[in-house]
Structures are given as C-alpha cells and as structure tokens.
Design a binder for this molecule. Structure first.
Ligand code: 5RP
Length: 220
C-alpha cells in the first residue's frame, strides 16, 4: 500500500472510537482529512465536531458536519489527530501543518487522544522531524536566539502565518531524549505560544497503519 492508503486505513479505523450522540475533536492534516471524509457516514449519529484549524473547519462544513465552538463544550470523549513523529511512549511531534496550538488546546479538553498514523511516523527517539514552535511575530528574533541556545538550528517557516496570526519557527537537528522537559522548557520562553511536542499530554491510543494491517498501541 502507498503512504496515502495507509493514512486512510488508520483514519477509517478511528471511526469506531466515535461515540454515538457525542461531539468529536478533529485534528488537522492529510490523515485527518480521510477521517473527516469517513465521518460523513456517521453524520446523523453525532452532535458535531470541534475543529483544530480553519482547514478542517472548512472540510467539516463542506460535508455538512456541524462545527461547534470549543467554549460551548465540556465533554469531548475523543480527539482524533495525526502526528509527524510518535515514539514508543506515544509522545509526539506535531505541527507540520502549523495547527499545533489549536490542536493542543482541543487535545487538552478531550478525554482520549487517538493518534492516526502510517508507519513512517513511528520513531525510537523524537527529533528528526523539525520541531515546530508557534511564536508571536514581535518575539521572532529573540525566540530564534533562545532556541539556538538549546542546541538546535531554528528556521522561520517561509510564507506561513498560523490561524492565530503568528509565525512558526522549525527547530532542526535535535535529538529529543526528554520530551516532557523540552516541551516545558520551550513553552517558558516569552513569545512562544506553544511548541509541537505533545509529551505532557501524549496520545492514549495509536492506530498505526502498516503493510500487514492497522496496529493498536495503548499508552502504558
Ligand atoms: C498538523 C499536524 C498533523 O497532524 C501532522 O503534520 C501530520 O500530518 P499528515 O497527516 O498530513 O501527515 O500536526 O499541524
């Protein structure tokens, strides 16, 4: 199977986690797009979705799935999203699509984070994928210096503005042995909105599509 077919297989496997009558948390990206397309068939059986990006909101709306403001929601049984990398402890790097801040907020509200990935995203140690950091524009140069001091090579993502009006700095060349500590450290830098490490709140379930089927990994 090609990579996109694997993404679709993982995404469709996540449909069984959608609870009847509930609101579903929806992530962002090409894997999640397959999930949204599959969710159409459950449209009548859910109340609606909370979205993590303008792009996912548009796709949900096109499919006639009601998009609900997160501020109106107290009970969100599941959040379904992809990842750029995921390690054996189900810590992730996310934000390749630049939606990391809203993704982290929706994930924080959800009871369970279901990560949907093809097997190319599975790694032993995070960091080969550049770590995205969302930054308030006036803090860009300062945050670049602070990130460089951590040992990485910060690069401003060209021609990119987040849904929140901010810039993304991608931090290259890290080997992230302690993801929780690094997530907290980077988030302490003034001007950082959030970074793409999802380690303090990692995934609870990983649906990993491989050539031999979709594997289910549970957070231990
Ligand atoms: C977007 C994300 C995505 O989940 C991540 O980039 C994976 O994307 P894809 O499913 O297209 O491979 O974090 O901000």
């Amino acid at each position: 199977m090609k990579q996109d077919e694997l993404k679709k297989a993982a995404a469709l496997a996540a449909l069984e986690y959608v609870e009847e009558g509930s609101i579903v948390g929806v992530g962002t990206g090409s894997t999640v797009n397959h999930f949204i397309d599959g969710l159409v068939n459950l449209r009548e059986r859910i109340t609606g979705a909370v979205s993590s990006s303008e792009a996912s909101t548009r796709r949900l709306a096109r499919h006639g799935i009601p998009v609900i403001d997160l501020n109106e929601v107290t009970d969100l049984p599941v959040y379904i999203d992809g990842a750029d990398e995921i390690d054996p402890a189900l810590c992730m790097i996310k934000g390749g699509g630049g939606a990391l801040t809203r993704e982290k907020i929706v994930a924080a509200v959800a009871t369970r984070f279901i990560c949907i990935c093809d097997s190319s995203k599975q790694v032993g140690t995070l960091g080969a994928f550049p770590l995205p950091v969302e930054v308030i524009p006036m803090a860009r140069a300062y945050v670049m210096r602070e990130l460089a001091a951590l040992g990485g090579r910060p690069v401003v993502r060209p021609d990119f503005v987040t849904d929140n009006g901010n810039v993304i700095i991608d931090l290259h060349g890290l080997r992230i042995a302690a993801p929780v500590a690094l997530e907290e450290e980077i988030n302490q830098i003034p001007g950082v909105v959030t970074n793409g490490l999802f380690a303090r709140r990692g995934a609870d379930v990983l649906l990993l599509a491989t050539q031999t089927g979709v594997e289910r990994h549970l957070h231990r």
